[in-house]
Ligand binder design. Structure first.
Ligand code: NDP
Ligand code: OXD
Length: 388
C-alpha cells in the first residue's frame, strides 16, 4: 500500500517556520510562533535563520494545538500549561519533539529540508536560496521595500505585508499629536518661552487648517479618521482614482500629478504615508515641497527616501516650511554628522511612529498561514509589479 504523505501542520509533519528579522531579539518570537499556530490547529517548528546553517539541525520548539503561551526552558523546550491541566511538550522520541531534529527513516520520503514559511524583516540575501520550498514570506512590518531589495525571492511565492496589526492606532496617535501641537502653536510658544516673551498668536480656524495625506491605505485611512474626529479637514492622495463610496469618509480623494499639486498647494500639514517604490522615491523634493503654502509643516512617517533631504533643509532654512517631524531616514540610525539632528525646526523620532506588536502580528500571520493551508485567499499579498 502506498504510504500517505502526512498533511503539513499535522503532528507527523509540523509546519516549518524560519525567522529572519534584523534588529529583532528572536526569543519571544520563537516561543510564540508555534503557540499562535497552535491556536489555528497547526503543529509547527521554528528556527532562527543563520546563513549556511544545516537546516535540519536547527528546527526546534513545537506547541501542539491547545497549548497556551508558556516559557522557554533553558534547553529550548517548551513547558506550557494547557487550560485545566498540566502538560509538557511532546515526549522526546517523537519527530515533533522540541529541540530535536526530525528522525528520518530511509524507507520514507526524504527529510523536509526547507522551511514552509518565513517571517522576515530585512532578511539576509541568502535566505531564499537556502529555503527553496517556501510557500509564503511574511514581512513583519507594513512596508516591504526592505525585503523587495533582496534578490532571489521567487515570483510565485506570495510576499505578505502586515495589515495594521496594531500599527494604525499608533500612527493615528503620532500624527494627531503633531498636528495638534502645530495647530495650537505649542512650537512657537516654546520658542517664546525661551525668550521670556508674552505674546498671543492669532488662532486659525480648523476649517483653514487642512491636512494632506500622501497615501490613503491601511494607515492613511486610520489617520484620516482620527483627524476628522478632531474636526480637521482632510484630503488624501493615492494611486487609484476616487470611487463613489469614498465620499462617506468625508475625505477629499485625489490622484495623479494634478491631484498631487492640488493637495500640496492647499495643505497646512502634509503627512507622507506612502510605500517606498520606484515611483514614490524622492517624491518630496524642492518642486513639490515648495508648492506647500508658506509656513506649513511636513510629517514623514513612511520612508526617508521619499524626501530629498537637501531640498527639505533648504526650504526650512529660507522659512518656507515652518517645521518637519521626521520618523524615518535614508540611513538609520541617522548619522551623527547629519544636519537634520541640529536643525531648530526639525523634530526627530527614531522610527517609532508605529511599532510592530508581536501579539497582533502573530495572530494575523497564523490566521493567514492557516488560510493558505486550506487553499483560501488572504489579504495583504504584495503586488510585486507595483512594489507594495
Ligand atoms: P498601504 O499599502 O495600505 O497604502 C499605501 C497607500 O499609498 C495607498 O493608498 C496607495 O494607493 C498609495 N500609493 C502607492 N503608490 C502610490 C503612487 N505611486 N502614487 C500615489 N499613491 C500611491 O500601506 P500602509 O498604509 O499600511 O503603510 C504605508 C507605509 O507606511 C508603509 O509602506 C511603510 O513604509 C510606512 N510605515 C512606517 C512605519 C513607521 O513606524 N514609521 C510603520 C508602518 C508603516 P492605492 O490606495 O490606490 O493603492
Ligand atoms: C513598517 C515599519 O513598515 O515599521 O512596518 O516601518
Amino acid at each position: 500500500m502506498p504510504a500517505t504523505t502526512p498533511k503539513p501542520g499535522s503532528a507527523e509533519r509540523p509546519l516549518r517556520i524560519v525567522f529572519a528579522a534584523a534588529d529583532t531579539r528572536p526569543e519571544r518570537w520563537l516561543e510564540e510562533i508555534p503557540l499562535a499556530l497552535a491556536q489555528q490547529g497547526l503543529h509547527a517548528q521554528v528556527q532562527v535563520y543563520q546563513p549556511g546553517q544545516r537546516r535540519n539541525q536547527a528546527w526546534a520548539l513545537t506547541a501542539p494545538p491547545g497549548y497556551l503561551p508558556g516559557t522557554l526552558a533553558d534547553d529550548g523546550a517548551t513547558s506550557v500549561p494547557v487550560a485545566g491541566a498540566t502538560a509538557s511538550a511532546p515526549p522526546s522520541g517523537t519527530s515533533s519533539g522540541p529541540g530535536r531534529e526530525a528522525e528520518h527513516d530511509p524507507g520514507q520520503a526524504p527529510p523536509i529540508d526547507s522551511a514552509d514559511y518565513a517571517l522576515v524583516w530585512k532578511p539576509p540575501s541568502t535566505l531564499f536560496a537556502e529555503h527553496p520550498g517556501l510557500r509564503g514570506v511574511f514581512n513583519l512590518g507594513a512596508g516591504v521595500d526592505g525585503v523587495l531589495r533582496i534578490q532571489g525571492l521567487p515570483d510565485q511565492v506570495p510576499l505578505v505585508r502586515l495589515d495594521d496589526a496594531g500599527m494604525a492606532e499608533q500612527m493615528a496617535d503620532y500624527v494627531l499629536a503633531a498636528v495638534l501641537r502645530w495647530y495650537r502653536r505649542f512650537d512657537a510658544y516654546q520658542r517664546q518661552q525661551h525668550e521670556q516673551r508674552w505674546h498671543l498668536l492669532k488662532p486659525v480656524a480648523k476649517a483653514e487648517f487642512k491636512i494632506g495625506l500622501l497615501g490613503y491605505g491601511v494607515l492613511g485611512q486610520r489617520v484620516a479618521q482620527a483627524l476628522r474626529a478632531m474636526g480637521f479637514p482632510v484630503q488624501a492622495w493615492r494611486r487609484s482614482p476616487a470611487q463613489p463610496d469614498d465620499a462617506a469618509d468625508g475625505v477629499h480623494i485625489c490622484h495623479g500629478t494634478d491631484g498631487l499639486h492640488a493637495l500640496m498647494s492647499s495643505s497646512r500639514v502634509v503627512v507622507c504615508l506612502l510605500p517606498l517604490t520606484p515611483t514614490t522615491r524622492g517624491l518630496l523634493n524642492y518642486d513639490t515641497l515648495s508648492l506647500l503654502p508658506p509656513s506649513s509643516w511636513l510629517i514623514n512617517v513612511a520612508r526617508g527616501a521619499h524626501v530629498v533631504e537637501k531640498d527639505l533643509l533648504e526650504l526650512l532654512d529660507i522659512g518656507h516650511l515652518a517645521g518637519a517631524l521626521l520618523d524615518v531616514f535614508g540611513a538609520e540610525p541617522l548619522p551623527a554628522e547629519d544636519r537634520l539632528w541640529r536643525h531648530p525646526r526639525v523634530q526627530i523620532t527614531p522610527h517609532v511612529a508605529a511599532l510592530t506588536r508581536r501579539d497582533m502580528a502573530l495572530e494575523q500571520i497564523a490566521g493567514k498561514i492557516a488560510a493558505l493551508e486550506r487553499g483560501e485567499p488572504i489579504s495583504g499579498v504584495v503586488d510585486r509589479r507595483l512594489g507594495y
